[in-house]
Design a protein around this ligand. Structure first.
Ligand code: GTP
Ligand code: MG
Length: 171
């Protein structure tokens, strides 16, 4: 049959936001990790959908590793940006990192789709995706297609909706 289109996805967001948990859920059940530990540097994960072959760069969100992110901007076709919807204190840090990303010379002029997950929506104090949108001023992103989904990465809720949107942007 036809070869599936190869897509490089960069998964970004602060430490503890749920990036690895999300990527793990998107992999075939028999290849999923049982326990997830904080990412050191980054990991590369692959999975396929009916039409696309994804290579995901699951980056560490820890401060000391965030300088690695920019090295992968050039070769990425899409970004998944994960936000811990409970972590109100660090929303300003999220906003700073997001703004730095969007202003980077390898991203600025590129119509790269950005999928946001407002993750941990299962927790009591989680902000709504509307609130996250507002706090990060996502409505000011004019030059790139973007979308936000509330998610619970542990159960997998919201992930397929996000992936469907992303596929629609790419294929
Ligand atoms: P770094 O690799 O350090 O950048 O973190 P990460 O963004 O990859 O986060 P990771 O997937 O390791 O998850 C961090 C913690 O949050 C883990 O204990 C997860 O079980 C938990 N977690 C992830 N997603 C959710 C969620 O939707 N709901 C809840 N309640 N916990 C979550
Ligand atoms: Mg991780």
């Amino acid at each position: 049959g036809l070869r599936k289109k190869e897509v490089n996805v960069l998964c970004l967001g602060l430490d503890n936001s749920g990036k690895t948990t999300i990527i793990n859920q998107l992999k075939p059940p028999n290849t999923q990790a049982q326990d997830i530990v904080p990412t050191i540097g980054f990991n590369i994960e692959k999975f396929k959908t009916s039409s696309l072959s994804f290579t995901v760069f699951d980056m560490s969100g820890q401060g000391k590793y965030r300088n690695l992110w920019e090295h992968y901007y050039k070769d990425s076709h899409a970004i998944i940006f994960v936000v811990d919807s409970v972590d109100k204190l660090r929303m300003v840090v999220v906003k700073e990192e997001l703004d730095t990303l969007l202003q980077h010379e390898d991203i600025r002029d590129k119509k790269i789709p950005v999928l946001f997950f407002a993750n941990k929506m299962d927790l009591q104090d989680a902000m709504s995706s509307n609130k996250v949108t507002q706090m990060l001023c996502l409505d000011s992103i004019q030059d790139k297609p973007w979308h936000i989904c509330a998610s619970n990465a542990i159960k997998g809720d919201g992930l397929q909706e996000g992936l469907d949107w992303l596929q629609g942007q790419i294929s």
